[in-house]
Design a protein around this ligand. Structure first.
Ligand SMILES: *[C@@H]1O[C@H](CO)[C@@H](O)[C@H](O)[C@H]1NC(C)=O
Ligand SMILES: *[C@@H]1O[C@H](CO)[C@@H](O)[C@H](O)[C@H]1NC(C)=O
Length: 408
């Protein structure tokens, strides 16, 4: 009985939310919107989950990796990366961000191998998805700005560092006829206290980077990166694009976090990413060219992610937008999922999809990511990764498990 009552009130709430006055024969009539608000949402559940491999270049310990397909390979962009001291299990020299490639099999599935070089996440016998690419160098893949203690980001005072940590993988906007890929990434200009990791600018400005890549058989060739604007979004502005993004049709949809809480949405024609006057912002349930303030609650899209780290994508199979990521304030490998018929919503409440094994460190699991482009057309499921963090006495490198979750 109680359930029926709750169901009815939910239904009514859904109707009221979408009811709007319309003009009809010179009269204003109040009608229920034509929008099919009661269309059942795509709400996949895990049918099975398989831990497949660690994603790794065994000579590098890589934190917080995301991925995107470029040409016939997958590009991984990661945060702090340190280099194995030859002949040891120790890693040193931190690079604020790096990139590398993984290959695909002939049938286009990720080229997982059993065994391989020994190092981070690889004891020589376990399965790995091998990352290739150049040894890290300075300047980093996404170069630090001239004001950011170049080139490493580590300041001479020894007390602070600039991180240039990507929150989301590159967003591909174009693949030309000759295969040349154009992509963009927004990275927050974070400066933190080296010891406490406290952010010295709580709502920092954002750099826009552009990548250009002509597919090359040599995996040591990475996309060329150019800084479009080191202050694309200013201090205390919503960092649209950092929280996630989806390109679909003629638009790029860019998600950014509000402060103190919530997720906001902007859109821009996909061929105008660099032109700020082409951006529109979703505020009070409509698109406007006026950018909202970072504390404007009417700019929030309910349930478009938990505000924990994750990935947005569009599922062609399901004809649905999807967000998969971590609960807000969680440090566990508990993957939540929310879906919506359009980026503006309505989004389902995030619900638990899959729980993976955690590390035993202070931050056991974080940087939860989904990898939609690793899927083949007929795969009904999703690849997931996260960073497992162990106590140094347990394991001295970051580990990136790759899991396939099939859906029902
Ligand atoms: C990943 O690496 C860790 C550390 O070497 C290891 O314990 C774990 O079994 C590996 N996982 C897989 C799926 O190979
Ligand atoms: C940016 O967009 C505006 C508005 O459409 C247009 O007038 C302007 O020419 C564009 N700027 C560039 C550099 O393309």
């Amino acid at each position: 009985m109680m359930h029926v009552f709750l169901f009815l009130t939910t239904l009514l709430a859904a109707y009221v939310a979408y009811a709007a006055p319309i003009q009809y024969d010179d009269k204003k009539v109040f009608v229920i919107s034509q929008k099919p608000t009661l269309t059942p949402h795509y709400m996949p559940q895990a049918k099975s989950a398989t831990v497949l491999a660690n994603v790794t270049d065994p000579d590098l310990s890589r934190d917080s990796c995301g991925s995107v397909k470029m040409g016939s390979r997958t590009l991984w962009t990661c945060r702090d990366t340190s280099v194995r001291i030859p002949g040891t299990n120790q890693f040193a020299y931190v690079f604020a961000n790096t990139a590398g490639w993984t290959d695909h099999q002939q049938d286009d599935a990720p080229a997982i191998q059993v065994g391989g070089p020994v190092g981070a996440g690889s004891d020589g016998a376990n399965s790995i998805l091998l990352m290739n690419g150049p040894r890290p160098t300075l300047p980093t893949f996404y170069p630090l700005g001239l004001n950011m203690c170049p080139n490493s980001g580590a300041c001479d005072d020894g007390a602070s560092r600039w991180t240039a940590w990507p929150d989301s993988p590159p967003m591909v906007t174009e693949t030309a006829l000759d295969g040349t890929v154009t992509a963009y990434t927004w990275v927050s200009n974070n400066r933190m206290a080296s010891s406490s990791l406290e952010l010295l600018t709580p709502q920092p400005s954002t750099t826009l980077y552009k990548m250009t890549y002509t597919p090359d058989p040599n995996p040591d060739v990475l996309p060329a990166v150019a800084t479009v604007d080191g202050n694309f979004w200013g201090d205390h502005e919503i960092a649209y694009g950092t929280y996630g993004n989806v390109v679909r049709g003629e638009y790029a949809y860019l998600f950014g976090l509000l402060h103190p809480g919530g997720v906001a949405l902007a859109r821009v024609p996909v061929d105008c990413i660099e032109n700020k006057s082409q951006y529109e912002y979703y505020v009070r349930r409509r698109w406007t060219s006026t950018k909202p303030a970072i504390d404007d609650p009417t700019a929030a899209i309910p349930n478009a992610g938990t505000t924990g780290q994750g990935t947005f994508y569009y599922s062609d199979r399901a004809q649905s937008y999807v967000w998969i990521g971590q609960a807000s304030l969680s440090v566990s490998a508990d993957f939540y999922i929310a879906t919506a018929p359009s980026p503006e919503g309505p989004w389902t409440s995030p619900y638990l999809l899959y729980s993976g094994p955690n590390g035993d460190g202070d931050l056991p699991s974080y940087s939860l990511q989904a990898h939609p482009h690793l899927l083949r057309e007929y795969d009904d499921g999703i690849y997931l990764t996260w960073t497992q963090y162990f106590k140094p006495s347990t394991y001295a490198a970051y580990v990136t498990p790759l899991v396939y979750v099939s859906f029902v």
